[in-house]
Design a protein around this ligand. Structure first.
Ligand SMILES: Cc1cc2nc3c(=O)[nH]c(=O)nc-3n(C[C@H](O)[C@H](O)[C@H](O)COP(=O)(O)OP(=O)(O)OC[C@H]3O[C@@H](n4cnc5c(N)ncnc54)[C@H](O)[C@@H]3O)c2cc1C
Length: 504
């Protein structure tokens, strides 16, 4: 058995960033990934020559001087990324059935106020107040601005304010309320639950700046992997961890599916805390913690249609669309049965092949795990990527995909003529490919009514077992990066790490 300083379970963004940081600090690191492809939600796939992202459609905070730009400089990838800046005056467009206006979220706070004031002339004051308060909330989370932070996150103001209520306090214009909250699928926003800080941190990063990854987000994984290996770090695919073994109060090794044992001094889990508990062979973690983690509700899941387009038929869109059938943007995730879908998001990837035309389109709509629960004991047949879940499931998916395309056709009437082929994925796909609990898009759902319940610390009761990834702090490229800083900060000192990132 070889011994590593740090063994990381899962090669999602959080696992890879942690591997980079600790390799750079001289630790001997090994990353173990169950899939062939590394990167978790950074993975892409190709159909009919079109590239599809599984979990990165756009990234914020990448302008010079902004948080992710600086972090990516530290990771040695910023100057190598192939990025495309989105529409300055409307990177996100919020639309509604029966209303031809595309309501625009613009980049830059002044521009954000300006663009929406043109559409809501009497609301300029409310919009100014909105952006002021969003920035104020973000100031309470210094790590998100790569500022040194010794304050415990637990006492932070704004954890227990509801986003929907906050927006309603900003303006009584119901349409503007829906427009301000319209990109909430970015964080699986739930009107009954989502805390204001989640909304603020997510919209802030995209208002600062918004970029698409040209030819997909897997370039982030490829560049990180290369840099980790260059520093002596090791990464293994097809290496599913099935057991984390504790002896005398510390983790001694992990066991892989084929029985191989891998020893280490420290272990970081980049997978869902509940999944970690399932494979942790130890009574050192109290039952109360295990129960709490197992009972946490995960964010909503989704049904996704990935369309390969015929060449030179569908004009490239330098923005995303969030469309709603009703003027209620907060309850779509609960829609099931014949009234589904309540709305959808359209993402048009940027390909290097053409500036004028799109290669592909991704349509995403919420879907409850319960809608596919009857097939939960089936499994898709990787690597053929053909679902081995039976004809009934295939028929269900085909019907849902057609229903979704029908909805999108109302907005883009020529879309059917442009389709070369399409594939679809359900909550089960996310469960099986990424290991997402209940197929949840972004891991554990935050709840303003009990903010501490969903708080996961990077440390555990076992001194050499740690967490990282989207369940730690927040999801998304920025949330996961801040999470990796917190996890690795336990090893090398958080403020020391922040200083190094800021000097990169
Ligand atoms: C549909 C969708 C769209 C999104 N769009 C955006 C976006 O536009 N912008 C943005 O910033 N964010 C977006 N996100 C969120 C973002 O992709 C994620 O928050 C982030 O990538 C999660 O990183 P992670 O480190 O938590 O790891 P994950 O991506 O969850 O990866 C975990 C890894 O662990 C592996 N694993 C699981 N179990 C084991 C085991 N037992 N042994 C070994 N390996 C294991 C998995 O195979 C996986 O590779 C999106 C997410 C989804 C699902």
């Amino acid at each position: 058995m070889s011994q590593y300083d740090v063994v990381i379970i899962g090669s999602g963004l959080g696992g890879l960033e942690s591997a980079f940081i600790l390799s750079k600090e001289g630790y001997k690191v090994l990353v173990l990934e169950k899939n062939r492809q590394l990167g978790g939600s950074l993975q892409i796939f190709v159909r009919d020559k079109a590239i599809f992202d599984t979990g990165i459609h756009y990234i914020g905070g990448l302008n010079e001087g902004q948080n992710l730009n600086q972090s990516f400089k530290y990771f040695g990838i910023m100057d190598k990324l192939h990025l495309h800046k989105m529409d300055m005056d409307g990177f996100d467009r919020i639309t509604f059935d029966g209303d031809p206006t595309e309501y625009k979220h613009a980049q830059g706070y002044d521009n954000f106020v300006e663009q929406l004031s043109q559409q809501f002339p009497s609301e300029r004051g409310a919009l100014k107040n909105y952006v002021k308060q969003i920035q104020e909330v973000c100031d309470y989370f210094p790590l998100y601005q790569l500022k040194e932070d010794d304050a415990p996150i637990l006492g932070t103001k704004y954890l227990d304010i509801n986003t929907k209520d906050f927006i309603a306090s900003i303006t009584s214009d119901l349409k503007l309320q829906s427009v301000l909250a319209g990109s909430n699928p970015l964080y699986a926003g739930d009107g009954y639950k989502t805390p204001l800080y989640v909304h603020a941190l997510v919209v802030n990063t995209y208002i600062e700046s918004s970029y698409k990854c040209v030819d997909g987000g897997a370039q982030i994984e490829r560049l990180l992997t290369k840099n980790i290996k260059a520093m002596g770090g090791e990464i293994r695919n097809y290496a599913e961890v099935t057991k984390i073994v504790e002896k005398d109060g510390v983790i001694t090794h992990v066991e892989l599916k084929d029985g191989e044992k891998i020893e280490g001094k420290h272990f970081i889990s980049n997978i869902h805390p509940a999944s970690t508990m399932n494979i942790l062979d130890s009574d050192k973690i109290k039952k109360a913690f295990r129960n709490r983690v197992q009972s946490l509700v995960n964010s909503s899941s989704a049904f996704i249609v990935d369309i390969a387009l015929k060449p030179n038929t569908f004009e490239y869109k330098n923005c995303n669309y969030y469309h709603y059938k009703r003027n209620d943007v907060w309850t779509g995730m609960y829609q099931t049965g014949p009234a589904w879908p309540d709305g959808y998001c359209v993402f048009v990837p940027k390909s290097s092949k053409s500036d004028a035309y799109a290669d592909s389109m991704t349509i995403l709509s919420y879907m409850q795990y319960d809608d596919v629960k009857q097939w939960e004991n089936t499994f898709s047949t990787i690597p053929k990527h053909r679902d081995g879940r039976g004809q009934e499931y295939e028929d269900f998916k085909a019907a849902k995909a057609e229903q979704l395309i029908d909805e999108v056709q109302k907005k883009f009437p020529n879309i059917r003529a442009c389709i070369k082929s399409y594939t679809s994925s359900s909550p089960l796909t996310y469960r099986d490919y990424i290991g997402a609990r209940d197929g949840g898009l972004y891991g554990i759902a935050k709840d303003y009514r009990d903010p501490l319940k969903t708080f996961i610390s990077p440390t555990t009761k076992i001194p050499n077992l740690f967490f990282t990834g989207q369940n730690l702090n927040m999801h998304g490229v920025l949330g996961v990066t801040v999470g990796a800083i917190r996890t690795c900060g336990v090893f090398v000192g958080q403020n020391y790490l922040i200083q190094k990132i800021n000097k990169a």
